[in-house]
Design a protein around this ligand. Structure first.
Ligand code: LMR
Length: 396
């Protein structure tokens, strides 16, 4: 049965964790996976999360099965975070949300559901995109192609190329868009760009699939939802996958959600009934802990304020690390101007390092980054910044 099974390559992102964990050097630094580490180099347990967990443990709550679509209070809180409290489309019953196993789980249920709705569609993802986007949609049975996105010359967005490629896709394609904090480049569209993209999607009847895994890490919770809200006002039907892995520092709890915007309350009822079948035949129903904690925090004014402050601290610390990295590289005499790193949003910087340079960082310095040159700025701190920038300067 298994004799012909070939060895699969390591996952380009999570595989780095395996290699990093096996590295015995005490000076090693993991800039691979998108995880926020605090100034002490640890993944924080947020105070708001600890408070909500304490209350939950003290309540000795039973652990029955959740509804297939998850905890109602959680799903509602997700909608309000994405679309804004009291948003017209929530009031009109045009949004359905199901709890999902992280952002990846949301993408997977969405992809499987789309395969039933549009079996012959093409999926388009940005060039470059998060490594798992292609794999997820291909494994759901779709052909996946790229649209132009990043312009390495300006370290910005190739706006013209992007719009042209979206226009040239077969009509009714599925277009995956990073709503904020683009992974891996950290380069986002501006509101005017989003409007132009939206018009092309409308013209070509493409199906937007917005992926928002870093809400709050760009400019703020509401600011980062700008694109989602623009789409919400457009009258289009679309998909949104979202995640609390990063914003609640709950990576291992797999807390995400899939939201679908339909055209009416009546349609929502039918769509949800089908989406539940996709979930039931996948993992039956979601786990309780993480979503209970997130719902408690988002629905308590006190804990919510605490969480927003903690999220703000994470965002600001990343920003200060970006600035410090740019300054240090300049002080070391780097020939390349790294000023663009300070302009990028979210956890990542698309550093421009080549595969060979990334390999040298790992081999010679124990510094792990993704092969594409993506580095996780959220893993920098004042203790490792010097060694990281010196190593980058050495391999340049
Ligand atoms: C990342 O891009 O590093 C994160 O989203 C983690 C993952 O699942 O790849």
């Amino acid at each position: 049965l298994f004799s012909a099974v070939e060895m699969a390559p390591r996952d380009p992102i999570l595989g780095l964790n395996e290699a990093f964990n096996a590295d015995t050097r005490t000076t090693k630094v993991n800039l691979g996976v998108g995880v926020y580490y605090n100034e002490e180099g640890r993944i924080p347990l947020l105070r708001a999360v600890a408070e909500a967990e304490k209350a939950r443990i003290e309540a000795h709550a039973p652990r029955g099965y959740l509804p297939i679509e998850g905890i109602a209070a959680y799903d509602k809180a997700v909608q309000e975070l994405l679309f804004g409290k009291g948003a017209a489309l929530i009031e009109a019953g045009r949004v359905i949300t199901t709890q999902a196993l992280g952002g990846t789980g949301a993408l997977k249920i969405g992809a499987d559901f789309l395969k039933r709705l549009l079996p012959d569609a093409t999926v388009a993802i940005s060039d470059p995109s998060w490594e798992n986007h292609r794999a997820l949609f291909e494994s759901a049975g779709f052909p996946v192609q790229n649209y132009r996105y990043y312009d390495p010359f300006s370290n910005g967005v190739n706006r013209g190329g992007m719009l042209e490629d979206l226009r040239n896709l077969p009509a009714r394609s599925i277009v995956v868009l990073h709503a904020c904090c683009h992974n891996p480049t950290g380069v986002d569209l501006q509101l005017e760009d989003w409007k132009a993209v939206l018009e092309v999607l409308r013209e070509r009847e493409h199906v937007p699939f917005l992926d928002i895994a870093y809400q709050g890490f760009g400019d703020g919770i509401d600011q980062d939802a700008e694109a989602v809200r623009l789409f919400a006002e457009s009258g289009l039907e679309f998909f949104v996958s979202s995640s609390f892995s990063k914003s609640f520092s709950l990576y291992g709890e797999r807390v995400g959600a899939l939201s679908l915007v339909t055209s009416s309350r009546e349609e929502s009822t039918r769509v949800l009934s089908q989406l539940k079948r996709v979930i039931r035949t996948n993992y039956s129903n979601p786990p309780t802990h993480g979503a209970t904690v997130v719902a408690s925090v988002l629905n308590s004014p006190e804990l919510r304020a605490m969480w927003e402050a903690e999220l703000g601290e994470m965002r600001e610390r990343i920003r200060s690390m970006r600035l410090a990295m740019v300054e240090q590289l300049a002080a070391l005499g780097a020939k390349r101007d790294f000023g663009f790193v300070a302009e990028q949003r979210g956890m990542f910087s698309y550093s421009g390092l080549t595969v060979e340079q990334v390999e040298r960082l790992k081999e010679e310095f124990g510094i792990y980054a993704v092969g594409t040159g993506r580095i996780c700025v959220a893993a920098l701190n004042n203790g490792n910044l010097d060694s990281v920038t010196r190593a980058i300067h050495a391999v340049l």
